[in-house]
Ligand binder design. Sequence first.
Ligand code: ASP
Length: 490
Amino acid sequence: MRHLALHWQILIGMVAGTLLGIGLNVFAGTRQVSVAEGLPQGIVSASIVDTSARTEIRYTRAGEPEVLWVIDPLTRALGEAKSVEALAQLDATAHQIYQEHGVSLAKRAGLWCKRLGGLFLRMLQMVAVPLIVTSLTSGILGLGGGEGVGRMFRRTLSYYLVTSMLAICTGLLMVNLVRPGLGGAAAGAGAAADETRAASLGDVLFAQLEALIPSNPLGALVAPDFLSIIAFTIAFSLFTIRVGGKVLESVRTAAQVGFDVMMAMTTAIIHLAPIGVFFLIAYVTATQGASVFQALAWYVLAVALALGIHACITLPLIVKFVAKRSPVEFARAMSPALLTAFSSASSNGTLPLTMSNVEKRGGVSNRTGSFVLPLGATINMDGTALYEAVAVLFIAQLHHNANLPLSQQIIVAFTALLASVGAAGIPHAGLVMMVIILQAVNLPVELQGVILAVDRVLDMARTSVNVWSDACGCAVVETLENRDAELASL
Ligand code: ASP
């Protein structure tokens, strides 16, 4: 294994994990038991049917009628609990019976895989904050002068805006063509009331603005609150340049030294990626059976096609014609980060890997990578923006039994853009932000329940697209910066 290139190792880990997970799901994904002993006090009998798509828990107290709980994220027709965690809140006894007697082997094994894969993610999280701070500081101090930073900032933001809008348009086009919500393919839109309440769009954006001014920079480091960390680090570096002289020299040296050490640490952690990815993917495939996808096949297809077009056509064209690089080679260089993003569904978690791939394998300078990537992981989410647009239109098709009119689709496009900026780079963040868009076009938030079941796998796909877009942004900004430097030296 050692002499095999890292991306092959990760791919092997991914395939092996998938096979293990699917095997577990097929052969040990269902558990059906009737229990009469070892139950919590007062309970005389219980029976449980646990499958990857649905769980039924029945129990009886002496002299009382039977209690039935159903956990079914797809239909939620009986609607009692949308997840095992929710059940724990609603009925602790049912939850205890289920945990002690009913959990299928596939789910048990899956949760262990999640914990083991989680160790790898923790290591990445461990290096994230120090890596961002040292890398951004040394990057900006290397840029020298305010104008260099300003120009790079403008370029980065323009790239983010353009690609996110392109992604949303692709998503809208696809969902209008495939019309997943009008084919009657998605079953059971019945849903119980959801507790989620949306903040208004204004609130969300203002909170972003506030995050740019951390009232306590150390608190932001500890939280960690990435936008605040980035904003403060940029400000700190710019003022270091302004102070100049000896101070500039010492800060530059300190940042460089810290960065070198953090990079060495990250590189070492990255070698564990094949194992981490193996466990993470095994968790997903073991706990989510194929049945979950059947009912929502058209919807999954629409999202996947749109993500595919954006990742395999739009972004590569930009890399080829604006960054003037081979998209295939660049994708190969980025593959460890892309595969890790896929299995972890977290762009923040993948950030250390993305930074090291871009610089060490993609040939992008630290000054560009350290500036474009941390910012991108927080605010540039093409995959998420696209996904939000498709999901909301799908929900609208289910609800109205017709497509949303163009004017409403434009509202969806803009709110999706803002929601993707506001979404954190963590698993399922897009789902939380979607509530804002649903409210903007007056759709019932509860209908989100319909798409919950397939969110994890779509999250994996959109997170890879998010990371891929950040990486392409690096290539674009780097080429434009180099061109300017060449022109200036003429
Ligand atoms: N999981 C995504 C990310 O980390 C965010 C989302 O839920 O769309 O990039």
